[in-house]
Design a protein. Structure first.
Length: 261
């Protein structure tokens, strides 16, 4: 990911109500994984076909190596062109120890000479690449009922918060989740904090199959007022404003043709 472009978010000291206003009563079950590794690649415009073939070979090699293949997405509306995102879910860091490096995985699947050739050609198609690891926030997430079949689209909101506002912002996200769950009409969402990558960064990933699903989604301000009343909603909105330093949103389109060997 071009972290500057993508990527794709204690009230005690400043609000009279204190942190108790944001206490969570119970943490519901979250997604069946704890982390997601996200690699974002911007491809040379003249090499799109080369990169897509490379992505297919990467996942075919993963299957041969007995490790989970990536889910691939292309950046659609709201983001830069010629950009792809590969995601890999995992529960424990030890799972990364079990995963071979990309060059060794390609060599194991295709032989030393052919694997090295594939890696070299694929790397030549890439203009830039970066990666982050995101940590799931179970208490702020309302995941899809099943993740076995990926949604056609993911709307990603990447949020940069001010230094020292993590506890406060995560409490706000929990409150927002409760209001969305109560009202309904908002696509399923998984929220993350960045574990490896830019500090003070959060992401929300909303899963949907049709853009029409957003036509009936209630506005956040209306949700908060309906669920919490005018007074507490005003406090929550001020919390959000005081925490957020920057926000960007874009849509990822799931690429089954690249994800399934």
């Amino acid at each position: 990911m071009r972290s500057s472009k993508l990527a794709t978010f204690a009230i005690a000291s400043c609000l009279a109500t204190g942190t108790a206003a944001f206490a969570q009563t119970a943490t519901p079950p979250g997604p069946p994984f704890a982390f997601v590794s996200v690699t974002t690649v911007t491809v040379k415009p003249s090499a799109v076909s080369d990169f897509e073939e490379y992505a297919r070979k990467i996942n075919a090699a993963a299957v041969k190596a007995g490790v989970r293949p990536n889910n691939f997405y292309s950046v659609g509306r709201g983001g830069p062109g010629f950009t792809y995102v590969a995601t890999l879910r995992f529960t424990k860091w030890a799972e990364l120890d079990e995963r071979p490096s990309l060059p060794s995985m390609l060599k194991k699947a295709y032989g030393d000479a052919e694997g090295a050739k594939i890696y070299s050609a694929g790397s030549a198609s890439i203009a830039s690449a970066s990666s982050v690891v995101l940590r799931v926030l179970p208490g702020a997430s309302s995941p899809p009922a099943s993740l076995d079949t990926p949604a056609a689209h993911v709307r990603v909101s990447r949020i940069e918060i001010n230094q020292g506002m993590g506890v406060k912002f995560e409490a706000y996200l929990g409150k927002l989740k409760a209001a969305q769950d109560k009202a309904g009409g908002t696509p399923p969402v998984i929220r993350y904090a960045t574990a490896l990558g830019p500090a003070n960064s959060y992401s929300s990933a909303y899963f949907f199959d049709k853009f029409a699903q957003w036509d009936g989604a209630p506005a956040i301000a209306d949700l908060l007022r309906k669920h919490y009343g005018e007074g507490e909603a005003a406090i929550l909105e001020e919390t959000s404003r005081s925490c957020i330093k920057g926000l960007e949103s874009y849509v990822l389109d799931y690429r089954a043709d690249l994800s399934k060997p």
